[in-house]
Design a protein around this ligand. Structure first.
Ligand code: KIV
Length: 266
């Protein structure tokens, strides 16, 4: 059995902060798993980080199955949560159940994540009742970027804040084992954390959440420095290291100094 299960995540509330990161392939998943990450999200942010899209909307079930299965192969201890892509659960709850089941059955995910609050509570209840653990996602929900008019902080006005509180309560009552709060003012995220019985996982939601999640490529410094959001801390500059190593390799190949004698077979 893995160290990190959905029940352990639930029991961590108020006891231990939960550290989550995205990953999209076996090699990176293995590294962050070995470093002790608690939850790996195979995010539909694969659209932006790996696939070169501007939004998460083009991501399909086939993409998510492919990347989730790769991550699962690299992980021993972290809980693996697979994002449900745009249009895999919006058309009907029946389709939502079928597609969530595929992420567990075909790709080996431990749980799924889907976007939406009150409106998704019936689907979350059905999934939970059928043994499919759900991480909910409210606040800035990137699959609705066209309707939201861009990637903006959510819940600043009183009515929007009240709606977010209602969303958090609804997903918790429906049986979600945790809820991501994305781009929410810190005070509101702390209040939601106090009123719901499940762990809140913040991204751009301040330090008052029960856990934090970041997109791996942002946190490792693999995205252009000027383009990272205010809430991202770049814990490393891996992008710069890759560029520098590649420049050195090109130079050495051109100069004929690589491969050297020690890299050649006798
Ligand atoms: O797809 C993703 O990476 C996410 C996180 C930003 C929470 O949904």
């Amino acid at each position: 059995m893995k160290h990190w299960t959905t029940t352990r995540i639930l029991k961590s509330k108020g006891v231990k902060r939960i550290a989550c990161l995205t990953a999209y392939d076996a090699a990176m998943a293995r590294l962050v798993d070995e470093a002790g990450i608690h939850v790996i999200l195979v995010g539909d942010s694969v659209a932006n980080t790996l696939l070169g899209f501007d939004t998460t909307l083009p991501v399909t079930m086939e993409h998510m199955l492919h990347h989730t299965a790769a991550v699962v192969r690299g992980v021993s201890n972290a809980l693996v949560v697979a994002d449900m892509p745009f249009m895999s659960y919006q058309v009907s709850d029946d389709e939502g159940v079928r597609n969530a089941g595929r992420l567990l059955q075909e790709a080996g995910a431990d749980a799924v994540k889907l976007e939406g609050g009150v409106i998704r509570a019936p689907l979350i209840r059905r999934l939970a009742e059928n043994g499919i653990p759900v991480m909910a996602h409210i606040g800035l929900t990137p699959q609705s970027v066209l309707a939201l008019g861009g990637y903006k902080v959510q819940g600043r006005e009183a009515d929007a804040a009240a709606q977010l509180e209602a969303d958090a309560k609804a997903v918790a009552e429906a049986g979600a084992f945790s809820v991501v709060l994305e781009c929410v003012p810190a005070a509101l995220a702390s209040r939601i954390t106090e009123i719901v019985p499940i762990p809140t996982i913040g991204i751009g939601a301040g330090a008052g959440c029960d856990g934090q999640i970041l997109v791996m490529h942002d946190m490792l410094g693999m995205t252009p420095a000027g383009s990272t959001a205010k809430f991202v801390r770049r814990f490393a500059e891996v992008g710069e290291a890759i560029t520098n190593a590649t420049r050195e390799y090109v130079r050495d190949v051109e100069a004929g100094t690589y491969p050297a004698a020690e890299h050649s077979y006798k």
